[in-house]
Design a protein around this ligand. Structure first.
Ligand code: SAM
Length: 324
């Protein structure tokens, strides 16, 4: 068994045992498993021996943070399949890896800071941290969902990352200083808090949309000249009938590009998504001569993907070669 599968096997067996023994869902069992491993515990006591035997298998392994992320991702996917919470959606591996590649294309300096205001399980955030070529300074994640933020905490602890996590509605004021990069796999749908929505320029009175408000909020927590990458539904701008989102983006940011994710990744064309790349305006920030617009080929098609990446590399070379 390779390291990822050995870790998955241990996490999975332990989560199953704990869930069965304490009568909680599998994902809660997974959170308790992570807690056990991080704090060298074997709770609950009644199955202490069995858990000890399992965790011992990990101590002899040399494991990278990225291997732990992959193993956790498998366990979380298993847990989510059996749970009935449709809003629990993890950013898929291929997309998280592609975003990591894009983040490394931005002109970052050691100590760069990062925020994911819809951090969910932390899969996207930790994938980007694991692949970062420049050392990150501060990384922060926020999510409104209690179970997901617990899973994110398990994930950053097991991967030994230093990330501050907050459980709160990200559309309320955040105790966070503006960052160099915001990443967000956007939540989608009507925002429940109509009163709070009134603070936003992108809110229509009838149906304030979380995906619009989150982009507006993210822009105000980005440093001048900072970057933002959103995973957006393909119909995001088509839904902007009153051009409220257009106006907010135009006022505070610059559209660097839109990359359509491969259609093959989605069950139905209506659910297909894209990556929206923005930059916050600031002193000396130049608008690219041309935005980066492309339809990404299937990530499995190596030849087409290599050609696409060289096009993207060229675009970044032309627009950020002076480190600006
Ligand atoms: N990138 C995440 C990952 O890798 O697991 C997945 C993000 S998921 C597509 C969107 C997330 O937005 C969900 O975890 C959901 O709980 C969160 N969310 C929805 N509305 C929110 C709000 N108002 N404030 C904070 N989080 C919110």
């Amino acid at each position: 068994m390779d390291v990822v599968h050995e870790w998955f096997d241990v996490l999975d067996r332990s989560a199953e045992k704990i869930a069965k023994h304490t009568d909680v869902p599998y994902l809660e069992g997974l959170v308790m498993t992570a807690d056990n491993i991080v704090w060298e515990k074997t709770d609950p006591e009644a199955i202490e021996r069995e858990l000890q035997t399992l965790y011992k298998r990990l101590y002899r392994l040399e494991t990278s943070a990225e291997q732990v992320r992959k193993a956790l991702q498998l366990s979380i996917l298993k847990g989510m399949k059996n749970a009935s919470q449709p809003q629990h959606q993890m950013t898929p591996d291929a997309v998280a890896l592609f975003i990591s590649y894009l983040v490394n294309k931005f002109p970052l300096k050691d100590g760069w800071t990062l925020l994911d205001p819809a951090v969910g399980t932390g899969n996207l955030l930790t994938c980007v941290l694991n692949h970062a070529q420049k050392k990150y300074g501060q990384a922060q994640g926020v999510d409104v969902d209690e179970l997901l933020i617990k899973l994110a905490l398990s994930s950053v602890n097991l991967q030994q990352h230093d990330v501050e996590l907050y459980r709160q509605d990200s559309l309320r004021p955040l105790l966070i200083d503006p960052v160099d990069i915001v990443l967000c796999d956007l939540p989608y749908g009507v925002y429940y808090d109509k009163e709070n929505a009134k603070r936003f320029k992108t809110a229509t009175t009838e149906k304030p949309l979380s995906q619009f408000l989150m982009i507006e909020q993210a822009l105000s927590y980005t440093k001048p000249g900072g970057f933002l990458i959103f995973i957006i539904p393909n119909d995001l701008f088509a839904m902007d009938n009153d051009r409220l989102l257009h106006a907010v983006i135009q006022e505070a940011g610059i559209v660097l590009g839109i990359l359509q994710l491969p259609k093959t990744m989605f069950r139905h064309a209506d659910f297909a998504k894209s990556l929206l790349l923005l930059r916050k305006k600031g002193d000396g920030v130049k608008t690219p001569r041309q935005a980066l617009l492309a339809e990404l080929p299937s990530f499995k098609n190596r030849e087409a993907m290599t050609a696409m990446m060289s096009r993207i590399n060229q675009w970044f070379g032309e627009n950020f070669s002076d480190g600006q």
